[in-house]
Design a protein around this ligand. Structure first.
Ligand SMILES: [Fe+2]
Ligand SMILES: [Fe+2]
Length: 310
């Protein structure tokens, strides 16, 4: 009898743990066994898939339970401060898990369960970043090989939380929502007709007009989702605003929600790294020159220091 297959997300397959299921690729309607039970997704194997922008793999429906166990075990181990695993491996798994949480919400924004899973995970995520010295560095230095919006979301979320922690902004509940808002901030780019993963100078005038609308469009798409928190939808709506009122909504510093402003600063940094193709040193320079006056000076200095420490 022919096997049935279900898709799994590549972002959930990080780390050094052996898989206890077979993982397939679907090429020209054929199933190709890519990784066997007993192998792991370490190193180049996973990178190759990511550089091909491959987001989904497949498993046999018989292996669904085993896959779920693998995922759960992997994440639990990564969040466990006493697991003895190095910070790099833990960060890789946790980065993948957060990316997966973002992708789940992007694909099914109407699904309250997917949102709550991402929200619960965001509390754990903040804890991980705050308690482990090198976690921020480790997460931010993972290259966004497929320039995905979900990976960008994880980086923005990480930088926003790091900024809040260093400047002692917001309480624990707000930081959880800041992490979640950062993760989901570019929901308006999901399903966009334009290619956003390129430098802004390559955008045509028409593309730029469409681009500028993504915060408003994102906010409109989540307006009727009652399971979403107001803090999160506000971040989606205002995350491109800057203190000098040069953002798409033209809000002044006093009008911008404080969590959205922190997210905006973090977003500017990762936009430059991931989509404008600047190195970390160039980003620091850009912040000091081009972004001066667009964010509070402390934000610029703190983000600069984080980048210099990586
Ligand atoms: Fe954006
Ligand atoms: Fe963004």
């Amino acid at each position: 009898m022919a096997k049935d297959y279900v898709s799994i997300r590549v972002s959930t397959l990080r780390g050094d743990q052996k898989i206890d299921f077979d993982a397939y690729l679907k090429i020209d309607e054929k199933w190709i066994l890519y990784l066997r039970q007993g192998d792991s997704f370490e190193g180049t194997r996973l990178e190759r898939l990511k550089t091909k922008k491959l987001k989904k793999m497949y498993i046999s429906t018989e292996d669904e339970g085993r896959y779920r166990n693998y995922m759960q075990k992997n994440i639990e181990m990564a969040y466990d401060d006493k697991s003895g695993k190095d910070i790099k491996t833990r960060s890789e798994i946790i980065q993948g898990a957060q990316q997966n949480n973002a992708e789940e919400v992007f694909e099914r924004p109407e699904n309250a369960e997917a949102y709550v899973a991402a929200k619960d995970a965001s509390a754990k995520y903040v804890d991980f970043l705050v308690k482990n010295n090198d976690a921020v560095k480790s997460i931010v230095s993972l290259p966004n090989l497929d320039q995905s919006i979900a990976h960008h979301g994880v980086t923005v979320s990480t930088l926003a939380v790091a900024l809040a922690e260093q400047l002692k902004l917001f309480d624990a509940k707000q930081r959880q929502l800041l992490a979640l808002g950062g993760l989901l901030h570019d929901f308006g780019h999901y399903d966009t007709p334009i290619k956003i993963a390129r430098p802004m100078r390559d955008f045509s005038k028409e593309d730029l007009e469409i681009y500028k609308k993504h915060p408003v469009e994102g906010a409109q798409k989540v307006k009727d989702k009652n399971h979403m928190d107001l803090a999160v939808t506000t971040i989606i709506h205002q995350h491109e605003e800057k203190c000098d009122a040069s953002g798409p909504l033209g809000y002044s510093e006093q009008q911008i929600d404080p969590m959205a402003l922190v997210t905006s600063a973090a977003n500017t940094v990762d936009r430059l790294m991931t989509y404008e193709g600047l190195g970390r040193e160039q980003v620091v320079k850009h912040l000091m020159v081009q972004e001066m006056g667009k964010y509070p000076l402390q934000y610029i200095q703190t983000l600069g220091n984080i980048l210099k420490s990586i």
